[in-house]
Design a protein around this ligand. Structure first.
Ligand code: NAD
Length: 416
């Protein structure tokens, strides 16, 4: 099959097909897992600050709900499309399966440019989007969370809007909320913490030391926490970037200083003691570990041969195209796949949901210990599967995840 590698849904389907072939999935199970269960597209009006009315388009896709309620973030970005949301929803199904948490996969998004929107406009978009989605979301059916360009503040507006609709407070309808309204300790940094844990485990597996050089693309929630925690583990962070561009210093960048600089200036550009580098060049910098933590399709057939890192840890969703994956495999570069690498976020989202439902909250230490346990166990499960089948970590992860989802479908049977 020829894959349009810049279409994330084509990539997601190609990855699923390859694992379904290897698992010899029965035709019916395969057909059920290949298609999203539900898709909702909404077009809705929003009053802008200048008095005009603008129409926005939003999506929610539930890929599979056999193992539990659908779970997945909401993204605000100009690139949001139905195919992107479909891919991300499918990856969520595998992610929840591979780490063994009882959720199915979903994703949502609004096509908009948050950089051009005021806080009031963002709030009206968030509240109207969740109102439109109220027919498919709920604490027992589909539980959204933050993703690119959405955060705790937006989750709070969404939780409040849903609660207003039903007439009582429903903290468990959304995760990634501020602590004051039922958020969990550790959720803000959970994805980056999970990336740190699997990077540490992967380094051990590859026979590499924690005393290694790391480049991180993307300095948002995931990238900045990953960089800070890896630095605390003894790694040297030699390159960082955001949407405007990257910074490089072979002697190492102090991540705390970078965070303070970004707080003041908004961007990494101009960080004292570093050289500027484009986002394209950043990926090809000499380093031991490369961590794409920004967006899809960053490692492609155009740059895969030039990547110097020996280990790539996919903190972003879908950063490597299938062609690039093949090139990296041929070159002996180990890739820790997104569905495991960035599963820390959904794992602590699961903890948040459990705490909201039982109205009983855990401390940060308990959250981080439980997260560590799940991330280590999941990494070892995919590593063993990859070794057993003599395949890549990605295929190992897909085998574990797809087999678990298939078993759930086959065990439940077909209704009616
Ligand atoms: P974010 O919005 O906080 O940060 C994104 C970062 O990427 C920013 O620094 C931005 O400047 C940078 N960026 C955007 N476009 C870029 C480009 N073209 N080139 C280089 N850098 C660019 O988002 P986030 O929450 O950190 O998410 C990053 C990735 O991690 C996404 O793929 C997301 O789906 C994935 N992810 C996030 C979570 C989570 O809990 N936040 C969980 C799992 C996966």
């Amino acid at each position: 099959m020829v894959v349009d590698s810049m279409n994330p849904y084509a990539t997601a389907l190609a990855q699923f097909d390859a694992s379904a072939d290897l698992l010899n999935l029965p035709q019916a199970t395969r057909a059920m897992l290949r298609m999203p269960k539900r898709e909702l597209t909404v077009n809705f009006p929003v009053k802008m600050d200048n008095g005009t009315i603008k129409i926005f388009t939003g999506y929610r896709v539930q890929h599979d709900i056999t193992r539990g309620p659908a779970k997945g973030g909401i993204r605000f970005s100009p690139e949001v499309s139905l195919d992107e949301v479909r891919a991300l929803a499918m990856w969520m199904t595998w992610k929840c399966s591979v780490v063994g948490i009882p959720f199915g996969g979903a994703k949502g998004g609004v096509t908009c440019n948050p950089k051009e929107l005021s806080s009031g406009e963002l709030e009206r978009i968030a509240r109207r989007y969740i109102t439109e989605m109220a027919i498919v979301i709920g604490p027992m059916s589909d539980i959204p969370a933050p993703d690119m360009n959405t955060d705790g503040r937006i989750m709070a507006w969404m939780m409040d809007t849903y609660s207003m609709q039903v007439g009582y407070t429903v903290p468990a309808v959304i995760t990634g909320k501020p602590i004051a309204i039922g958020g969990s300790e550790g959720r803000l940094e959970a994805t980056g913490r999970g990336v740190m844990v699997v990077t540490r485990e992967a380094l051990k597996w590859c026979g590499m030391s924690l005393n290694c050089s790391v480049v991180v693309q993307g300095f948002g929630n995931v990238g900045s926490v990953t960089a800070r925690l890896l630095q605390e583990q003894g790694c040297k962070i030699v390159g960082l970037s955001d949407i405007r561009g990257g910074v490089f210093c072979p002697d190492g960048i102090d991540v705390q200083e970078a965070l303070a600089y970004v707080q003041e200036h908004g961007y990494l550009e101009g960080l004292p003691g570093t050289e500027p580098v484009s986002n394209t060049a950043l990926l090809e910098l000499p380093c031991d570990v490369l961590i794409p933590a920004a967006l899809e399709n960053q490692i492609t057939d155009r740059n895969a041969a030039a990547i110097k890192a020996k280990l790539v840890v996919e903190a972003a969703n879908g950063p490597t195209t299938p062609e690039a994956d093949r090139i990296l495999q041929e070159r002996g570069v180990t890739v820790v796949p997104d569905i495991v690498a960035n599963a820390g976020g959904v794992t602590v989202s699961y903890f948040e949901w459990v705490q909201d439902l039982q109205r009983f909250f855990w401390g940060a230490q308990e959250i981080n210990e439980r997260l560590e346990l799940i991330m280590v166990r999941s990494f070892h499960a995919i590593m063993q599967e990859a070794e057993r089948r003599q395949t890549t970590l990605r295929m190992g992860a897909y085998m574990v995840a797809v087999a678990r989802s298939a078993e759930a479908i086959e065990t439940r049977g077909i209704y009616p």
